[in-house]
Design a binder for this molecule. Structure first.
Ligand code: PLP
Length: 409
């Protein structure tokens, strides 16, 4: 082991009142939750908001409850917009990050020979969608090479591919699901702007963990879930759509009576805002819970969160580095709070079960989740531990000790 934790963990007292934040998080009392990259623990105001809405629906009717909360529903768009530096008109609610991503992809009228330029570390479901588009429409999928120094995609090589191939779409996952890697999305965005290319960013693991600014990233489309580092409910996400995309008339392939007006028997007109990417039916309790989660994150403050959360990940990596039989897999100069490692002598499910038995929440990543990355690292599976700001340094020690004990078996 290297150093004392206080040397590289920003002091909780000066940045965040961790004890108060834990008291506001019921799950902290029963589990060591190191699966925030799966789903973060709900804070009390989020839970209360959702339960109140369900109760209201039960008491006065679903449509009537939505009408009664019209102002709060509008608050979802305001809060998410503030979170990512956009305007409420540029935000669409979605049932998941993948739902938002499919809607975004469906808006691009791909033709045979069009190129999608992406990276070797983009999310599994995005890669599957690209292959599906290739098989159905004859689109070519090109993966930019990684930088030899292990810091993620080689931006200059990617920019050269942009100039050579003029891709119809550039798509990058900010923080992949399968490691702590943070991709240089703003540097890539600068090249996309320079070359007027459409740029789609998957910010599923970064929203709620870092301040996000769509202008600084320079993206046209950005997708995320609300359930991970944002600590919103399951079944919620959003899509950011830039003014340019709206102005140029991009719309999802399947657009419904909420996204468009039926103006004549054979015509419709999409609405002006990102609402054209939504559907008429909403899970209102979930949407309101997501709004509460976004407001909660803004109140806690993304700057301190972005200091403390990856630092807890760094502390955990430090503690695991000395454990015999454990191989840390994360790359990049300043990894996010997704800590991944391989362990000798264990099969994936029994190992995860052993962690569950100790009331430590974690997640498995299998080779098919990250075919390029796990191929390069030559691993079949790994365990992913993902702390958040409300976790403690003591919990990191508990988790590291559990891994060490299991590794020694
Ligand atoms: C980087 C990344 N993108 C997209 C997704 C998909 O999110 P959802 O399950 O909300 O569709 C995940 C989920 O783990 C993810 O980690």
């Amino acid at each position: 082991m290297r150093d004392q934790s206080s040397a590289f963990i920003p002091s909780a007292e000066t940045l965040l009142d961790v004890a108060a934040l834990r008291a506001d998080t019921p799950g902290c009392a029963s589990v060591v939750h190191f699966n925030n990259a799966g789903a973060g623990l709900l804070a009390r105001p989020v839970l209360r908001t959702m339960l109140d809405q369900l109760e209201l629906e039960a008491n006065i009717g679903g449509y009537e409850a939505a009408a009664a909360r019209e102002k709060e529903v509008a608050g979802f768009y305001t809060a998410i917009a503030e979170l990512i530096g956009a305007r409420p008109e540029n935000i669409a609610f979605a049932g998941s990050a993948t739902h938002a991503y499919s809607k975004a992809l469906s808006a691009i009228p791909f033709e045979r020979g069009d190129v999608i330029l992406t990276t070797r570390n983009d999310f599994i479901s995005n890669q599957i969608a690209f292959i599906s588009l290739r098989d159905r429409f004859g689109v070519e999928v090109v993966h930019a090479p990684d930088h030899p120094d292990g810091t993620g995609v080689d931006v200059e090589a990617m920019a050269a591919l942009m100039r050579k191939l003029r891709p119809r779409l550039v798509a990058v996952t900010h923080v992949p699901t399968n490691s702590g890697l943070v991709q240089p999305v703003a540097e890539i965005g600068a090249h996309c702007r320079e070359q007027s290319l459409i740029y789609l960013v998957d910010a599923c693991q970064s929203v709620g963990q870092y301040p996000i600014d769509v202008e600084a990233i320079g993206c046209d489309l950005l997708t995320a879930t609300c359930r991970k580092f944002l600590r919103g409910p399951r079944g919620s996400g959003f899509l950011y759509v830039s003014d340019r995309i709206l102005r140029e008339g991009y719309e999802p392939l399947f657009i419904d009576m909420y996204g468009a007006r039926w103006t004549a028997p054979d015509r419709y007109r999409p609405v002006e805002t990102a609402a054209r990417f939504e559907e008429w039916e909403f899970p209102y309790a979930t949407l309101l819970g997501s709004a509460a989660a976004a407001r909660y994150a803004l109140e806690v403050g993304l700057e301190p969160v972005a200091k403390r959360t990856p630092a807890l990940g760094a502390l955990l990596r430090d503690r695991l580095a000395g454990v015999k039989g454990v191989r840390l897999l994360d790359r990049g100069p300043e990894p996010a709070a997704l800590v991944t490692f391989a362990i000798e002598g264990w099969e994936p499910r029994p190992f995860k079960r052993a962690m569950d038995d100790r009331k430590i929440n974690s997640a498995l990543s299998l080779r098919e989740f990250a075919v390029f990355d796990f191929g390069d690292k030559d691993v079949e599976w790994c365990l992913r531990l993902s702390p958040h700001y409300y976790n403690t340094e003591e919990e990191v020690e508990v988790v590291a000790a559990a891994v060490a004990e299991l590794a020694a078996r």
